[in-house]
Design a protein around this ligand. Structure first.
Ligand SMILES: CC(C)(COP(=O)(O)OP(=O)(O)OC[C@H]1O[C@@H](n2cnc3c(N)ncnc32)[C@H](O)[C@@H]1OP(=O)(O)O)[C@@H](O)C(=O)NCCC(=O)NCCS
Length: 172
């Protein structure tokens, strides 16, 4: 699977050896904001296994986000396959270590993943599913060129579907 590089980040496939660092992140309530809550080590292992199974099958998957230079794993950014209003959609999702928030890193990672979607994977459309109260994530989606398309209910929670398609992206 591909590794993506941005100005400050390396986005690489997850490895089994990421379990310790990912377990610490997923046990952090801020890292897990706007989801179902913190994960145990076992839940994190199962998350990583799902991600790595998609990598092995050469399907669009999550990247481990590494800050180049200090080599810390600071979170994930990449693709989840989601069923939204009975349609299969590829979502760009992201979570970062709270001590790295507010530096533009999520925007940098999400833009690289969007470019990968259109340039390398030749996808026609990607979305992000965002709780209306999640202002930081809404800004990341906007800065990623996405527009709010509709409001829906996703896994029992209100969510705005932010979307961008290939034509819109080419017109930018
Ligand atoms: C969402 C998240 C990934 C953003 O990470 P980040 O690296 O801090 O984001 P950026 O630095 O790229 O900032 C993006 C924009 O959001 C804004 N922003 C960041 N935190 C904010 C906050 N708490 N309130 C309002 N705006 C905020 C930034 O100012 C920036 O906008 P600007 O360029 O117009 O100033 C991070 O907050 C996070 O991991 N949150 C918990 C998990 C989560 O909610 N994931 C998304 C699920 S849909």
């Amino acid at each position: 699977m591909t590794t993506l590089q941005t100005q400050r980040l390396d986005l690489r496939p997850f490895a089994e050896s990421d379990l310790d660092e990912m377990s610490a992140l997923m046990a952090n309530a801020d890292f897990m904001r706007f989801s179902l809550g913190v994960f145990s080590r076992e839940q994190t292992a199962s998350f990583l296994e799902k991600v790595r199974a998609r990598d092995r099958a050469a399907l669009p998957s999550q990247f481990a986000v590494i800050v180049r230079g200090d080599e810390h794993l600071v979170g994930y950014c990449g693709f989840f396959l989601q069923n939204v209003d009975d349609m299969e959609e590829l979502e760009i999702g992201y979570r970062l270590d709270p001590s790295y928030w507010g530096r533009g890193l999520a925007t940098e990672a999400a833009c690289a993943v969007r470019d990968h979607a259109f340039n390398d994977l030749e996808l026609s459309r990607v979305i992000s599913l965002i709780h209306p109260d999640n202002i930081a994530s809404r800004r990341v989606a906007e800065k990623n060129g996405m527009r709010p398309e509709k409001q829906t209910t996703f896994r029992g929670f209100p969510a705005i579907v932010f979307a961008i398609n290939r034509e819109e992206r080419n017109g930018r």
